[in-house]
Each structure stands twice: as C-alpha cells, then as structure tokens.
Design a protein around this ligand. Structure first.
Ligand SMILES: Cc1cc2nc3c(=O)[nH]c(=O)nc-3n(C[C@H](O)[C@H](O)[C@H](O)COP(=O)(O)OP(=O)(O)OC[C@H]3O[C@@H](n4cnc5c(N)ncnc54)[C@H](O)[C@@H]3O)c2cc1C
Length: 389
C-alpha cells in the first residue's frame, strides 16, 4: 500500500474515539497529517452521563455540568460521607462532551474529519497498514484505533460479572435532594438478586439522577430497576409522585479476562473494547483521557502506537482479587464497600479508584480490607490474574 487516505482512522467516535482525536488536535497535528473518525451513528444525543473523580486534567473541563465536593456510601442505616482536599466527583453529560470534541475537530483546518453515518464492517491488515471497509467504500490508512463493541468467548478461568443499571432523571414535587453530595452506593435496598445499590446524583433540590445498579452475571427485566427506583423514592425520600425527565440504561462488563487490545500490527482497540473500563468499577472516562494523551504524544513523534496501555498493569492484580471476592462473597459486598470508604483516606481512595495512585496508595487501600479474607481470595483467584501480569 503506497498511498494513504489518512494517517490514522478512528473507528467509533464515542468517548474513547473523540477523546483521542481531541488529544491529537490539542497536542498539535503534524503538518499534512490527516486523521479520520468514522461512526455508524447519524447524530449525537445525550446518550450517557459520564461521572468520575476529577483526579487528572483533561480537555473536557468545560463540559463538567455538576460538581459534588462530597460523596456518600450507605449500608445498614449508616452513611459514610467523605470529601477530598482538592478533588470532586463530577458529571459530564454526553451532549456537552460531543459538542466540545466536534468543535475541536472543526478547528483542525481539515486535519481531522468526522464522518457520521459510516458503518465499519471489516479491517483488513496489509503489510504497510490497514484497509478499512465501510458502508461508504474503502479507506487506506497506516493505523486504526478501533472502538467498536467486541464480543469475546468467555474463559471459564476468569470472573465475568456485569454492571447493569437503569437510571431515571427525576423531577420531584418537593425539595428532597441534597445538591453537593453524591450517593455513590446505597446498599440499604433489596439484595435478593445479588449485589444491588442505588446511586443518587442530585442536580438540584428537586432534580436528581437516580439509578438502580446491580453487579451480577445477567441483566434483569426493566421492571426490576424501575420498581427499585420507585421504592427507593418512596422509602428514602417519601416521594411517590415524580416525573421522569430522562433515562439512562447501561451494561458494562466487569471481567478479569485480559482484552486483546492489539489484535494486529496496525490496529489498536480502544474504549470498552480495549479493556479501558476498570473491572471493579466499570469506569472508563479517565482511562480514555489517559490513553488519549499518551497516544497523541506517540502519534506526534511517529512512535510505536501499539505499545500504549490505558490502565496500570499493577491494578490488574488488585481488580482481579476484588472482583473474585465480589463473585464468591456477594453478601459481603455492602460491608466491604462501606469499609473501603470508611477506613481509607479519601484522597488515597479517589486516586486508587481513578487509577492515578501510587504503589503506596494501593497498599493503604489493601490495609483497609479484611486481610485474611483477601489473602485467601488472592490465592483462589491466581488463575485470573497471573496471565495478565
Ligand atoms: C450508560 C453508560 C453510562 C456510563 N457511565 C460512566 C460513568 O459515569 N463514568 C465512567 O467513567 N464510565 C462510564 N461508562 C463506561 C464508559 O465510560 C462508556 O461506556 C464509554 O462510552 C466507553 O467509550 P467507548 O468509546 O468504548 O464506547 P462508545 O462511547 O459507546 O463509543 C463507541 C462508538 O462506536 C460506534 N460504533 C459501533 N459500531 C460501529 C461500527 N460498526 N462502525 C462505526 N462505528 C461504530 C458507536 O456508534 C459509538 O459512537 C458508562 C457506560 C454506559 C453504557
């Protein structure tokens, strides 16, 4: 392949793809370089609410709509409320994120181009690059970043849970919510179907995103989540009548199985398909920013794009042990999470959850967990973390 249509093609212009394009543009596209983003969707809507601790700088600061300086975890009638010295839990609605990314692409003087309504069916590796087969013809490129959802056969030696949830953005008649405090997990709800909690993101005193979330092996009927939200509103806030102004449904894999992030010499998988989601939380927004920054630097200097990882290798081990514990002892999950928030210093825990921590942070987090139980789990789960290290 002698000539290329683009230096790199980003397949899927969602969170990971747009973050990567934005980082490449912000760091300065090399002159005459061309990046192309392809997405099968026809338009952008507010299809996600991305929340995370602002533990690292990122180009989407202007998209942050709500900040929560305090956060809470609740179990057995006790609420653990915490705050960090400088970090908040923040909310980025997807529509704002998409607007910022599209504005950056528009500012690139055609160095970057976004083509919506373009379905990618196949990537064919050649000696010098990749031919991208799309619903609008073929594109030749040196490198592909692929964020299309991936279906992989499940290995029985690994833990496979799903984080599945339904969220209702609720407008209540009375001022029942407390803006500024995000309830990350309220376990004082029905646990008969497995690990279950309610998540409350209060936008105003009357409006909040309320989500019923499970960490189990299979997705439930929509009515289960709806009833859990309605019951929570009644029992926790004494609110029976409310309007649902928006909804969000999601399923995120929580697995210890390694992702094949580098399927061939000129293709890198990114986003959920590349294993960006932290297995024990399902969070992937900050990992997308971390990867984007490093990949953009590497792209700019013409370095090896296949050598970049989104997540620190050492967190693979801790996540595997933690996930294995959740699978084998789901009944202990509420007390373990409460203990984690209660006994770990907030700054340390936030850095750890955001994968921005040090080895010392990891040790401090481990110290706040029940040592014997987790040592046994470390031995039991060896099959699921050894091959990933
Ligand atoms: C509802 C929901 C809420 C979440 N909330 C959070 C959160 O609060 N915090 C957090 O850190 N993480 C969260 N996550 C996890 C993760 O951050 C998101 O899933 C994130 O969107 C993953 O980015 P991605 O680029 O992998 O996928 P997407 O953002 O889904 O992007 C993939 C893109 O690929 C396109 N595509 C698919 N197939 C094709 C094809 N054949 N050809 C061309 N294009 C294609 C899609 O149209 C899409 O635009 C959430 C996940 C979900 C599902």
């Amino acid at each position: 392949m002698k000539s290329y249509d683009a230096d790199c093609v980003i397949v899927g212009a969602g969170c990971a793809g747009l973050s990567l394009a934005t980082a490449i543009i912000e760091q300065g596209l090399p002159s005459n370089a061309k990046i192309l983003l392809l997405d099968s969707r026809e338009q952008y809507t507010r299809d996600h609410n991305w929340c995370f601790f602002d533990a690292r700088r990122h180009p989407f600061e202007a998209a942050v709509q709500h900040r929560f300086p305090r956060w809470a975890v609740r179990h057995s009638g006790r609420t653990i409320e915490r705050a960090s010295s400088g970090m908040s839990y923040v909310h980025v609605p997807a529509d704002r994120f998409y607007e910022i990314a599209q504005a950056r692409i528009a500012s690139s003087n055609k160095g970057a181009e976004l083509r919506l309504g373009t379905d990618v069916s196949q990537l064919v590796e050649t000696a010098q690059g990749v031919v991208v087969h799309t619903s609008r013809g073929e594109i030749r490129t040196k490198h592909v970043f692929d964020s299309r959802p991936l279906k992989t056969a499940k290995s029985p030696s690994h833990v496979h849970l799903l984080q599945h949830f339904l969220g209702h953005e609720i407008e209540a008649d009375s001022p029942v919510f407390e803006p500024g405090v995000a309830t990350l997990m309220d376990f004082d709800v029905d646990q008969s179907r497995g690990i279950h909690f309610i998540y409350v993101l209060p936008f105003t005193k009357t409006r909040a995103l309320v989500e019923s979330t499970f960490f189990t092996e299979s997705v439930l009927d929509e009515s289960v989540y709806k009833e859990a939200i309605a019951r929570y509103m009644r029992e926790r806030f004494r609110v029976s009548d409310y309007s649902v102004v928006d909804r969000e449904r999601g399923v995120i894999p929580m697995t210890t199985q390694p992702f094949d992030a580098q399927p061939s010499a000129h293709v890198s998988r990114i986003g959920l398909a590349g294993g960006f989601a932290k297995p024990s939380t399902g969070y992937a927004f900050l990992a997308s920013q971390r990867y984007a920054e490093e990949a953009a630097r590497t792209f700019r200097r013409g370095g090896d794009l296949t050598a970049i990882g989104a997540r620190p290798t050492r967190s693979v081990f801790l996540d595997a042990v933690f996930l294995s514990f959740l699978k084998h002892h789901p009944e202990q999950a509420p007390s373990i999470f409460r203990r984690l928030f209660e006994k770990t210093a907030p700054d340390v825990l936030v850095r750890f959850l955001s994968e921005e921590g040090s080895r010392l942070d990891d040790l401090r987090v481990m110290k706040s967990l029940p040592t014997l139980a987790f040592m046994l789990e470390t031995a039991k789960s060896a099959g699921s973390w050894k091959d990933a290290l």
